[in-house]
Write a new protein. Structure first.
Length: 666
């Protein structure tokens, strides 16, 4: 069984003990000849299991042009459904037994539980190691946790010196496994001065200064150490002597006092919402219907109160009435649709996001995170929520209106096919090489404006302990002036005290290695996503999808494989390639944005040379591209599709009751 699972990307990266625990969680399932084990398009629980064939045979069918075509066969020892261990996505094919068969089943929840457990335990153990080092006592818990990704494992055989007295050194060591002895040279020869075991450390002064080693260390057994280089420490946190000195500074004392102060509460008021929308009757005549909903809205909205009964007590807030007239559809996804609405009293237009309760009831945490985060964000390049409310069937968010589409719309409009001479093969001299057609994305100057705005948005979110986790062109929206705002915070999450999260979130082509491998991650995944986004905007394609593949597992294998190198088209400037490469660093501790300068390291990169950051954040720079008024056709198509696909709710009474309970506090 372990040998079969060893072919999998996720399983192969696990420790042997964890692999055995995972195998113990698997169970057998009998599948009769002709039975369908997996149905193409299934989601939810039906798409949360991996299978290993114990006996029998299965055929893999894909529906093409209305016909089920056999594309593969699965026999004893074969696995299928690996992507289901990462996240909930529709099954890509139908798998049916051609004879009586048996499979071993591994459920996503069981697998991710053990993966998370092992990495949390390892992180806790290393944190304890770091807490025992006196020279690191001035580091905060957050800073110690930041060093976790920078530690590198080294193995030393017995009787081979790890360090030699008198030699220069820049490495600090923590013993993970094994024993070692410490010797010191004196006038009378070598003298044993210490015996080291698991969790002991040595060489710590190498983090502080460059001085000769004071003693020699030699393993007695196989020695496994976690090591940290001084220059890596400085890259991540800055010089240690400065950190030690800051503890007594007035700035640190003031910062601690500020953390003790209360942050206050959001200013949101209860409201009754009336949504007026056109409805086409059976005779084709359009009439107005009014949907009533209840929720809360931001106090900055100047709305009149209802004429209903006065509040029960003097301390209660008035219930406001919000009247919205719905217009054209702006867009939509699998679980939501977005339309333009106009608020009656002010005449101001907003974007109304509507989600079907029954479609999101299985993952309500994403909805509540989006509600809490967008309600409290206040940055010029982050979308803002003004109200949230619900009716019997739907949840609603009232957002900034972004009428200019998204970055994918801009990319489609700006991308073009160009010809460049490529020196290859017999054509060694570029001037005689044939011209090759290739896709080119938007100009670097335009991309610089958009990427710079997103850097400022991510910097703001990270400073407020928020990790975004789903950066891609479709989630960056354009307003009527040409400025961008980061939107769709469904995967965003608040991280307290530099904690890590383990949930797989995001789009396969954009996720970071630490996300794929479930090692636990923090803000590092956003800077990786920025690197992917920059590559996409400049080239019109994703970095890990070429050679072309539609298989998400192939893409994610490339993401985690350090030997797989990204190919850059010849028209990219050296500065652009360098920035992308430093953002797409597979080790989070070495990634630009995660070093001591944080977002400032990105702002100072040569590619951004000449960009006025303060003017950009103040929205005083002239956007290099104004939205073109060519969206009427697209909006009409979206509206027509909405009318055609509209269905009356079919939830059962039990399903509606569950939705009401889950979203009672929305």
């Amino acid at each position: 069984m372990e040998q079969c699972l060893g072919k999998m990307l996720l399983f192969d990266k696990l420790d042997g003990a964890v692999q055995r625990k995972v195998v113990q969680e698997m169970y057998e399932r009998t599948v009769n000849a002709g039975d369908i084990l997996i149905k193409e398009g299934d989601v939810g629980l039906a798409a949360s299991e991996l299978y290993v064939v114990k006996s029998g045979e299965f055929e893999v069918l894909e529906r093409r042009q209305g016909i089920n075509m056999r594309v593969n066969m699965k026999q004893r020892g074969d696995t299928f459904g690996e992507v289901s261990l990462m996240y909930n996505c529709p099954r890509g094919a139908t798998v049916a037994a051609t004879q009586d068969s048996t499979v071993w089943v591994l459920e996503r929840d069981a697998f991710r539980y053990y993966v998370r457990e092992v990495h949390q335990n390892e992180a806790s153990q290393v944190e304890l190691f770091l807490n025992s080092v006196p020279i690191l006592s001035s580091l905060s818990r957050d800073e110690k946790l930041m060093l976790l990704d920078a530690l590198e494992e080294q193995v030393f055989p017995p009787s081979v010196k790890v360090i030699t007295q008198g030699d220069p050194g820049d490495l600090f060591y923590i013993i993970k496994e094994g024993e070692a002895v410490v010797y010191q040279s004196t006038g009378n020869g070598m003298r044993k001065v210490n015996h080291l075991f698991k969790a002991d450390f040595f060489g710590e002064r190498a983090l502080l200064c460059d001085e000769p080693r004071a003693a020699s260390v030699e393993p007695l057994t196989k020695l496994v150490c976690l090591t940290l280089k001084r220059d890596r420490f400085v890259e991540i946190l800055g010089p240690l002597e400065q950190i030690m000195a800051r503890e007594k500074s007035n700035a640190v004392v003031t910062q601690r006092l500020m953390k003790l102060q209360t942050k206050g509460t959001p200013t949101h008021m209860p409201a009754e919402v009336l949504i007026k929308r056109k409805k086409r009757g059976r005779n084709g005549v359009e009439t107005w219907e009014v949907v009533r909903a209840k929720g809360h809205l931001d106090e900055v909205m100047e709305l009149r109160s209802t004429d209903s009964q006065p509040p029960a007590d003097a301390n209660s807030k008035e219930t406001l009435q919000l009247v919205l007239t719905e217009g054209v559809v702006l867009g939509g996804g699998a679980f939501s649709r977005v339309s333009i609405v106009t608020e009656e009293s002010s005449g101001r237009s907003y974007a109304l996001k509507r989600m079907r309760k029954s479609a999101v009831v299985q993952c309500p945490e994403h909805v509540f995170c989006e509600q809490a985060i967008t309600r409290n964000t206040a940055h010029p390049f982050c979308i803002r929520q003004y109200a949230s409310f619900q009716d019997k069937y739907h949840l609603y968010f009232l957002f900034d209106l972004m009428a200019g589409g998204d970055l994918m719309d801009v990319l489609v409009a700006e991308a073009k096919v160009i010809k460049r001479r490529i020196a290859q093969g017999a054509w060694r001299r570029g001037c005689f090489a044939p011209k090759v057609k290739m896709l080119k994305g938007m100009d670097e100057g335009l991309a610089k404006f958009y990427i710079g705005s997103i850097v400022l948005a991510l910097e703001y979110l990270h400073e407020n302990n928020i990790v975004y986790r789903d950066l891609k062109p479709e989630n960056v929206f354009i307003d009527q002036h040409g400025f961008v705002k980061l939107g769709d915070f469904g995967f965003a999450k608040v991280l307290e005290s530099a904690n890590r999260t383990y949930t797989f979130c995001g789009t396969p082509g954009y996720v970071a290695p630490e996300n794929v491998l479930a090692h636990g991650y923090n803000y590092s995944v956003d800077w990786w996503g920025l690197g992917v986004l920059l590559y996409v905007l400049l080239t019109g394609r994703q970095p890990f999808s070429s050679p072309k593949t539609d298989d998400p597992m192939v893409v994610m294998r490339r993401i985690v494989d350090e030997n797989w190198h990204i190919k850059y088209p010849p028209y990219l400037t050296p500065a652009a390639k360098d920035l992308i490469a430093r953002l797409l660093e597979r080790k989070p501790a070495r990634r630009l944005g995660m070093l001591s300068g944080r977002a400032n390291d990105i702002k100072k990169h040569k590619w951004f040379e000449g960009l006025e950051w303060e003017a950009l954040e103040a929205r005083k720079l002239e956007p290099p591209r104004k939205p073109k008024d060519d969206s009427s056709k697209r909006l009409k198509e979206l509206t027509d599709n909405e009318k055609k696909s509209k269905r009356e709710p079919k939830e059962t009474a039990e399903e509606l009751q569950e939705c009401e309970m889950v979203f009672a506090e929305f």
